[in-house]
Design a protein around this ligand. Structure first.
Ligand code: PHE
Length: 465
């Protein structure tokens, strides 16, 4: 199909005051991508994995693996124009392989359920922190006071459980009523507002006089200290933060107009997401060094550093409240993307209504979430494999299931689909197309498998490494 034909087939886009479909797509995917992964997870795992070198690996993974995986997901979604399971089986057949590619959709359904089970708990922390901010609990607090607030709160399973329950209930309502669109439109102001608040925090943290230290921790790589396990975590974070590897982006791709550039739309999302993460890292580590905190303290990192900064800032109660409200919205737009594949599947497979499906799936996720709720208190000492229940669920999903999904997605787009189909979706065979095809066929799947094997010690080290 030529560009002109594509333009004729595509739905018309209104020019004034309405959502163009491209904009709607970018907003939906950005809403799914920007979330707790950027503000909460990125700083804390960067701190745990030693900073600079980890960030460099993460950025490489985002651009050289994440970007081609995202483009593959979008092009598969647009070509199939169905839900991920149906799209994969349809294209599997159409491209002369097998309908069994639909099984990939099931991996996504399970990954979404497991990720949301802990994501909702952390979103619950954010809800509670909005309340604590508005109540002025952080005003003038010292590092010790604010650390104590965090420890007392997460140590109380009932409070954390209630917050998790409220967040899951919000999700169930939105997903059941299918009003995601309304929330997606919130992304239009939420992401810029989050960006502005991050800049305010950055201004404040620069004033603390420790900006150089924070920036150095984030940006100066020391590869000697990097382990293969950290490389795996960095790669997992690239998948997690971009919401790729589980079919969420594929589902959104199904609604993308034929003439929209997949490369352009994916690049906008990747850049917005990476900017928010890097800003968040700069702010958090500057505050860590300004207050003599430990960068590797774990999941409480942002919940200690940011309230501490807000507590000392003029107008801090207001800014802190606004910040946490924005973070709830950011988490919410990501959470509906995590829940949607499972709900769509239950609706289609078991012929349930959306309300029934959302309630069933939501209740299951809610119950599973208590594994994470208890990981910070009554079951904190139950440790196996990678640590607590929370740490195991996180490791299994972010570092194994999503990258594995990425292998299948790139193999499908790069090897199973014929050149004509993919070139057609990516706007013809130019240099960008060749680069994508190289990354999707070779670099991404091989790099992912290589990192897996290295991390479990199945590949011998080269001399000196
Ligand atoms: N990308 C989201 C975040 O960074 C999390 C997410 C992962 C959402 C996978 C959907 C799918 O917070």
């Amino acid at each position: 199909m030529t560009k002109e034909e594509a333009a004729k087939k595509a739905p018309r886009i209104s020019l004034h005051g309405h959502w163009s479909s491209r904009m709607a797509f970018v907003l939906a995917v950005t809403g799914s991508a920007v979330g707790l992964g950027n503000v909460w997870k990125f700083p804390y795992i960067t701190g745990e994995n030693g900073g600079g070198a980890f960030v460099v690996v993460y950025l490489f993974c985002v651009f050289l693996i994440g970007m081609p995986v995202m483009m593959s997901e979008v092009l598969i979604g647009r070509r199939g124009r169905r839900n991920p399971v149906a799209t994969m089986s349809l294209l599997g057949e159409e491209e002369g392989s097998s309908r069994r590619w639909g099984l990939l959709g099931s991996l996504g359904v399970i990954a979404g359920i497991l990720i949301l089970s802990y994501y909702s708990v952390i979103a619950g922390w954010t809800l509670a922190y909005t309340y604590k901010s508005a109540a002025g609990n952080f005003a003038g607090g010292s590092a010790a006071d604010i650390t104590a607030i965090f420890d007392t709160f997460t140590g109380n399973w009932l409070e954390v459980g209630v917050a998790h329950t409220v967040f899951m209930a919000l999700n169930i309502v939105v997903v059941a009523r299918g009003v995601e669109r309304g929330l997606e439109q919130a992304v239009r102001f939420m992401v810029p507002a989050l960006f502005v608040l991050m800049l305010i925090l950055l201004g404040y943290s620069i004033n603390s006089g420790h900006f150089a230290e924070g920036a150095a921790f984030l940006l100066t790589p020391n590869f000697a200290a990097l382990t293969w396990d950290s490389v795996l975590v960095a790669m997992g974070q690239a998948f997690f933060t971009l919401s790729i590897g589980m079919g969420a982006v594929m589902a959104y791709g199904a609604y993308l107009p034929a003439e929209t550039s997949i490369t352009g739309a994916s690049a906008s999302v990747v850049i917005a997401d990476t900017t928010i993460s890097m800003l968040s890292g700069l702010v958090v580590f500057t505050l860590v060094f300004a207050n003599g905190l430990n960068p590797g303290q774990g999941p409480g990192l942002v919940f200690v550093t940011l309230p501490l900064a807000f507590g000392q800032m003029a107008g801090g109660t207001f800014f802190a409240t606004v910040f946490f409200v924005l973070l709830i919205f950011a988490a919410w737009t990501s959470a509906i993307g995590l829940m949607e594949p499972a709900v769509a599947w239950v609706v289609e497979r078991f012929h349930k209504t959306r309300v029934q499906a959302a309630t069933m799936v939501g209740s299951l996720i809610w119950a599973l979430g208590f594994g994470t709720v208890f990981s910070f208190n009554v079951l904190a000492d139950v440790r196996f494999l990678k640590g607590t229940i929370f740490e195991n669920v996180d490791h299994l999903t972010s570092n194994i299931m999503l990258p594995l999904g990425g292998v299948f997605i790139t193999v499908f787009a790069g090897w199973v689909m014929c050149r004509n189909s993919t070139a057609d979706e990516l706007g013809g065979a130019g240099p960008t197309y060749s680069l994508w095809r190289f990354l999707a066929r070779y670099l991404a799947p091989i790099a992912i498998i290589f990192v897996f094997l290295k991390a479990v010690g199945l590949l011998p080290d080269l001399a000196g490494s």
